[in-house]
Design a protein around this ligand. Structure first.
Ligand SMILES: Nc1ncnc2c1ncn2[C@@H]1O[C@H](COP(=O)(O)OP(=O)(O)O)[C@@H](O)[C@H]1O
Ligand SMILES: [Mg+2]
Length: 249
């Protein structure tokens, strides 16, 4: 099953009416099944917009997006989001009035999974994320640390057993140690569940640790895409050279 195209972008652009320039500018990109593709770039370079296009939250102004060789608009996008994609938002996005259990099982409820199934799944996911269900199930988000909230956010995105996981700067607000631990969890879940992951960050160390390939975005385009070695050995632009050596300022 390796090296299969799971998502393809062909010449995709996104113009927002209020913006002078395209937020995503003629991007063509193939995502292989089972890879972790990291998008890195400065703030405003179009990373979140690209992720929203992949997830069907935004429609391209031009170009096509194919999911498993079929145009995204031929799918029922809501069904696709509930079964094929898991999404971890840039701001944590747990529902504050729902407990940990309710947050994680929400999509399972929408998918009409029976209670026994949901309970089993929520327990498994909490344990996988190293949160003891006895302790955490009935807590509310404001009773969790930032790192615990992110673990719940990831557990929620895993609940549907989706093939793809999209993560938008999930660890941006965390301290370095918590962040490092959670990066390890991502590597572990990638191995355990063989998911295709698109991960957004502005931290070059995080990008190199997690990415099979790294796409460097700047002003709506992908300036370079490749493995860590390819990018470090042959940075295509001065921007990328600086990114590799000094990170993003
Ligand atoms: N909903 C929107 N309406 C108008 N402009 C937007 C919207 N979302 C993003 N943009 C603009 O698109 C550009 C890229 O934004 P974004 O994709 O959020 O960048 P990043 O995630 O890399 O920081 C920015 O100039 C931003 O202001
Ligand atoms: Mg963003």
């Amino acid at each position: 099953m390796k090296n299969q195209k799971i998502i393809q972008l062909i010449n995709v652009s996104k113009f927002y009416a209020t913006e002078e320039n395209p937020s995503v500018n003629r991007i063509s990109l193939t995502i292989e099944r089972g890879e972790c593709l990291v998008l890195i770039g400065s703030s405003g370079s179009g990373k979140t917009t690209l992720l929203k296009l992949l997830n069907g939250l935004e429609k391209p102004s031009s170009g096509s997006i194919l999911i498993k060789d079929k145009k995204i608009e031929t799918y029922n996008i809501i069904a696709l989001r509930r079964t094929f994609f898991g999404y971890v938002f840039q701001r944590i996005g747990l529902f504050p009035h729902m407990t940990v259990r309710e947050n994680i099982e929400i999509v399972l409820r929408l998918n009409k999974k029976p209670r026994v199934f949901r309970t089993k799944k929520v327990n498994e996911l909490l344990e996988f994320m190293h949160l003891n269900p006895d302790v955490y199930l009935d807590r509310y988000p404001d009773q969790l640390s930032g790192g615990e909230q992110q673990r719940v956010g990831v557990a929620r995105a895993l609940a549907t057993d989706s093939e793809c996981l999209f993560m938008d700067e999930p660890f941006g607000a965390l301290d370095a140690v918590t962040r490092y631990d959670l990066q390890d969890e991502i590597l572990r879940l990638k191995k355990a569940f063989k998911k295709t992951i698109v991960f957004v960050t502005h931290d070059i160390a995080e990008a190199f640790k997690l990415g099979d390939r790294i796409a460097v975005m700047n002003e709506g385009i992908i300036e370079q895409i490749g493995t860590q070695a390819e990018i470090c050995e042959a940075p295509k632009t001065p921007f990328i050279e600086q990114l590799v050596h000094r990170g993003l300022s």
